[in-house]
Ligand binder design. Structure first.
Ligand SMILES: [Zn+2]
Length: 244
C-alpha cells in the first residue's frame, strides 16, 4: 500500500479526507483507449493515486499522436500505446499497478477484459466503440464515464445503468456509423479528460455529485459550458426493459 503522505497536498483544506484518499488507492479503473482522452485520464488517475488502472488499446504510438496525447514520448514511436502509457505511469507513480490489454475491443472479446472492474472510462475515438461500451455497461451494470470531443467542443456524462439513462437515451444510437474524423485540439481533449477524471474521483470517494442524467457540453472556442438534463428513455433501443 502506498503511503498517504504522498498525497498530503490532496488531503488538505477543501480537498479530500484520508479515508477518501485510501478509497482512491484501493480503487480499480478500466480505461478504454490510450489516445488523447485516455492519456489525460490515465495521467490524472496516476496523480490521484488510483491504485489499479487497466488500459485497453490496440494502437501503436505514431508521430501524429503528439498533438494531444501527452502520455506518449517520441522514443516510443512504433511501440504499443498500452506499453508506452504503462511506462509513463510506472515512472510517475510506481505505487500504481497497471494492467494492459492490447486488443481491439469487440462484442466477442470484451468479457474477460472487464472482469474485476466496475468503473469503465470511455476514451475511445469512434462512436461505434462508444455505443459498444454503452451496451456492455448496461448488460453488466457497470458505471461508464463517457467523454468525447469534436474540434473545439466536448462532452462528459456518467452513466449508471440501474440509476440513469444511457448514451443512447441522450444521443440516439445511429443506424450506421461513418468514419469522419475531426480535429483533436489538445487543450479541449485534456479538459474533457480532466472532467472525466473528476467524475471518477467523485464516484470513488462519494464526494460531490457526479453528472448523473446530465450531459456536460463544453465549447472551448467561446469558453462556454452547458448542462443538458436527460432521463431514461423507456423506448431506448439500448437500455429499455427486455433488451437483454
Ligand atoms: Zn438508453
Amino acid at each position: 500500500m502506498a503511503k498517504l503522505t504522498k498525497y498530503e497536498n490532496t488531503i488538505n483544506q477543501e480537498g479530500i479526507t484520508k479515508a477518501q484518499q485510501e478509497s482512491l488507492m484501493q480503487a480499480r479503473v478500466l480505461v478504454m483507449g490510450a489516445g488523447g482522452l485516455g492519456s489525460g485520464v490515465i495521467m490524472n488517475l496516476a496523480a490521484l493515486g488510483v491504485g489499479y488502472i487497466k488500459i485497453v488499446d490496440d494502437g501503436i504510438v505514431t508521430e501524429t499522436d503528439f498533438n494531444r496525447q501527452l502520455i506518449h514520448k517520441e522514443k516510443n514511436i512504433g511501440r504499443a500505446r498500452v506499453i508506452s502509457a504503462k511506462d509513463w505511469v510506472q515512472e510517475y507513480n510506481s505505487d500504481i499497478k497497471v494492467e494492459l490489454d492490447k486488443i481491439r475491443l469487440n462484442d466477442l472479446n470484451y468479457y474477460g477484459v472487464i472482469q474485476g472492474y466496475n468503473i469503465i472510462v470511455d476514451c475511445f475515438d469512434g462512436y461505434e466503440s462508444k455505443y459498444l461500451l454503452n451496451e456492455i455497461a448496461i448488460r453488466h451494470n457497470l458505471t461508464l464515464v463517457h467523454g468525447a470531443t469534436k474540434g473545439y467542443c466536448g462532452q462528459v456524462t456518467t452513466i449508471i445503468p440501474s440509476k440513469t439513462g444511457c448514451l443512447s437515451c441522450v444521443i440516439p444510437k445511429p443506424k450506421t456509423f461513418n468514419n469522419t474524423s475531426y480535429a483533436n485540439i489538445s487543450p479541449v481533449v485534456n479538459t474533457i479528460a480532466a472532467f472525466q477524471t473528476q467524475e471518477i474521483m467523485k464516484l470513488i470517494t462519494g464526494a460531490g455529485e457526479p453528472l448523473l442524467n446530465k450531459l456536460l457540453v463544453y465549447d472551448g472556442l467561446n469558453t462556454r459550458f452547458k448542462i443538458i438534463n436527460y432521463t431514461k428513455n423507456m423506448a431506448c433501443e439500448s437500455c429499455s426493459a427486455g433488451m437483454f
